[in-house]
Design a protein around this ligand. Structure first.
Ligand SMILES: [Zn+2]
Length: 340
């Protein structure tokens, strides 16, 4: 009985968190990525075909400002897309949904591409300084099955779930050449990095429902590379990006940011692109996508994507004190499924 009351209280807290957050006051500069008071209506997730249709629509409706190219093929034969918008010299790469059952970053990325491609004063200024690169739904085969791994039932060896497939986010190690990479989805991202040499890479994930001790559901955990051998300059850039995300989300008040307890494998994108010299960050959203909070989580993701792009374009990211990243609170101990 007592337990049920607590659950109900938690649900109420979730709703109360979500509702006022939708109209959060804008206490930081209004980037063109800000969605005013608009609530994201997430009616349903884009499956792979719908995502491709949407990408094409965005490319057409923006007269090609958002350009598409196929950068690889999934293990099951689905084309992997890179969307590119902007003419700036500094490249910023976002990748989403390496884990098929973590779809909200893809939804946010589609909205970002739509908005950036539409242009306007704010975005035009940003896109003169940066070129935004997005590989949405890196793992479409896993996404279609709503599973973490790619679809490779015959996989074997490291980071393979026998009968299911590989963990895509363990196969970005610079020591593994794309042509020798058993995971074509990761190889495609490796090739994109090699071709465009982005200065920044942000990898978007999320995990299941989690409520903090304070009763806050809508949170994100972020982290920089921690593998041995990451150049100091890349580590600095990574931590500066984390500070930008932390400050932005703290100002907006609709996300509690914590440090993700990331692990050391070099093949994790966060580590692998840091090892290659980029500012490389993991963003891990929390929240149950079956809840009404899904729209809010997409909005959180969209805001982070926009804020990072803007800070790179305006150069403010380079002004951040990287040491402040260590002040970001550690993630609570109660989460049982580290998911990066
Ligand atoms: Zn993940």
């Amino acid at each position: 009985m007592r337990r049920m009351v607590m659950v109900a209280g938690t649900a109420m807290a979730m709703l109360m968190t979500a509702v006022p957050a939708g109209a959060a006051p804008q206490t930081v500069p209004n980037g063109p990525w800000v969605q005013e008071r608009q609530q994201v209506q997430l009616q349903r997730l884009h499956n792979y075909e719908e995502m491709v249709d949407t990408l094409r629509q965005i490319s057409q409706s923006t007269q090609g400002r958002v350009a598409l190219e196929v950068v690889g093929r999934s293990n099951e034969g689905r084309d992997l897309y890179l969307a590119r918008v902007g003419t700036g010299a500094t490249k910023v790469l976002y990748i989403t949904q390496q884990h098929g059952n973590e779809p909200l970053g893809t939804e946010a990325a589609l909205q970002l591409l739509q908005r950036a491609g539409k242009g306007g004063a704010g975005w035009d200024a940003i896109l003169r300084e940066i070129t935004l690169l997005v590989v949405p739904k890196v793992n479409p085969d896993g996404a279609e099955r709503f599973q973490r791994e790619n679809h490779d039932p015959d996989c074997a060896g490291a980071f393979c779930t026998p009968g299911v497939g590989f963990d895509v986010n363990r196969w970005h190690d610079p020591a593994v050449a794309p042509e020798n990479n058993p995971v074509p989805e990761a190889a495609a991202v490796q090739r994109v990095f090699a071709r465009y040499q982005p200065a920044f890479v942000v990898d978007y994930h999320h995990q299941g429902s989690y409520v903090s001790d304070d009763g806050d559901l809508i949170t994100a955990s972020i982290f920089w590379p921690n593998a041995a051998g990451v150049p100091a300059s890349a580590l600095t850039l990574s931590r500066q990006v984390c500070v930008v995300i932390w400050d932005t989300m703290s100002h907006y008040g609709f996300a509690e940011i914590s440090q993700y307890p990331g692990t050391l494998p070099r093949g994790i994108a966060r580590n692998a692109y840091g090892l290659r010299g980029a500012g490389s960050v993991l963003v891990e959203f929390r929240g149950d996508i079956g809840q009404k909070s899904a729209g809010m989580l997409v909005r959180t993701a969209y805001t982070i994507m926009g804020a990072v792009a803007e800070s790179v374009a305006e150069g403010t990211v380079y002004l951040q004190d990287p040491a402040r990243a260590s002040l970001i609170p550690l993630r609570g101990e109660s989460v049982d499924d580290p998911h990066e």
